[in-house]
Ligand binder design. Structure first.
Ligand code: GLU
Length: 376
């Protein structure tokens, strides 16, 4: 498994069944071994983000709810009580390795509404650059049934997409995808590599592997997650999580299924911008700025002649030259009134004019030349 060793950014999804024991308490042994795994990757200079379930499971015990089926409000109450226990377990596991954990609770809106997506991304980027391990979960306490992810496989894939991760590891109770149910069919073959997620492969998740993965999401949600990740330029690895130090085991060659990415993270991000829903406005730029943008450089306020439309910070806008030709799309760093106020200003005049600066109007990283399709 060379993907893991080569990756710069790794998202690891840890399910409740791994970190909560039969007694309903956090499994300190497993967590400590896993923390050692994470510490080893960090020492190699790799960035690791953990998507952790377990809030509801730990909350059950705290609230003495037993093993019965819970109503939605009870689940949310359990999540509220369990999330702090979950973070305490992570902190205790990371501390001996000199690692700090940071809690990030997301809802579906945070990964789907562009402005919130950008805010969440900025926070996670900052945490990673500070050497902290973000521990992400769904904010179960505030989401209703209709707007939930419901399973952390897809949440993990969206997070991988958000931070441009190269590898998403789904720690599971199966060691990957099989052509048939291995418990019943001795001829079942394990698939080590899925180069492309075809309808035939997806059908396998519904049939032969439906029972696999006893957590919230079975194999079908794992493949849905892999699909999101693949389109975002991220490889997905499905492997057994129960063994101690599962990441080290993976690198030592333990069984897994790797689902290849269909693009690169950078290309996927640009495609996401280019294929954005109707842009909210336009920035009309002078010839110098048009030439710079065509070369993929940031758009500075100094080169903007006119602002059209009503947009907020983080919205997609069209960048247009004075002849009326569309050059690019980008995510704008100022809302329309502020952008209008700084039109034509040099960068060091922005702060005096607005009382703050957010840098170039559109940063080169958030710029897509031409048009492409939404990666999904
Ligand atoms: N967010 C839920 C929890 O922390 C888990 C969802 C899942 O297991 O996929 O309990």
């Amino acid at each position: 498994m060379s993907e893991l060793a080569a990756a710069q950014r790794i998202v690891v999804k840890v399910g409740s069944a791994l970190l909560v024991g039969q007694d309903g308490a956090a499994d300190g042994h497993w967590l400590h071994a896993f923390a050692a795994d994470v510490a080893r990757l960090r020492e190699r200079g790799q960035q690791v983000l953990v998507v952790s379930s377990g809030a509801v499971a730990l909350g059950r015990r705290r609230l003495s709810l037993g093993k019965r089926a819970l109503t939605m409000p009870e689940k949310q109450a359990a999540a509220a009580a369990g999330q702090s226990a979950l973070m305490r377990a992570w902190e205790e596991a990371f501390e001996p390795h000199g690692l700090a954990a940071a809690q990030v609770l997301l809802t579906r809106d945070d990964t789907e509404v562009r402005r919130r997506w950008l805010n969440a991304r900025a926070t996670v980027e900052t945490l990673l650059s500070l050497g902290v391990v973000p521990v992400v979960n769904e904010n179960d306490t505030v989401v209703t049934e209709e707007i939930r992810y419901g399973d952390n496989d897809r949440l993990a894939a969206r997070v991988a997409q958000m931070i441009g991760a190269d590898v998403l590891v789904l720690l599971s109770d199966v060691d990957g995808l099989y052509t048939a149910d291995p418990r019943r069919d001795p001829g079942a073959e394990h698939l080590a590599l899925v180069a492309r997620l075809t309808p035939e492969i997806e059908a396998m998740a519904g049939g032969a592997n439906a029972g696999a993965g006893m957590g919230t999401g079975g194999m079908a949600t794992k493949l849905q997650a892999a699909k999101i990740a693949s389109a975002a330029g991220c490889a997905t690895v499905i492997t057994l999580g129960h063994r101690s130090s599962p990441l080290a085991a993976l690198e030592a060659g333990e069984r897994a299924t790797v689902i290849a990415p269909s693009t690169t993270p950078a290309a996927a991000y640009k495609a996401w911008i280019a294929g954005s829903v109707a842009p909210a406005g336009a920035l009309v730029v002078d010839a110098g700025a048009a030439a710079a943008v065509r070369k993929g450089k940031s758009l500075l306020a100094a080169g903007v002649r006119r602002v059209e439309g009503r947009f907020g910070k983080g919205d997609a806008v069209v960048i247009r030259d004075e002849a009326g030709q569309d050059i690019a799309r980008g995510l704008v760093r100022y809302d329309a009134p502020d952008a209008a106020r700084i039109c034509g200003l040099k960068s060091d005049a922005i702060e005096p004019a607005l009382g703050y600066t957010a840098g170039p109007i559109v940063h080169a990283d958030d710029l897509a030349l031409g048009h492409a399709h939404e990666p999904g």
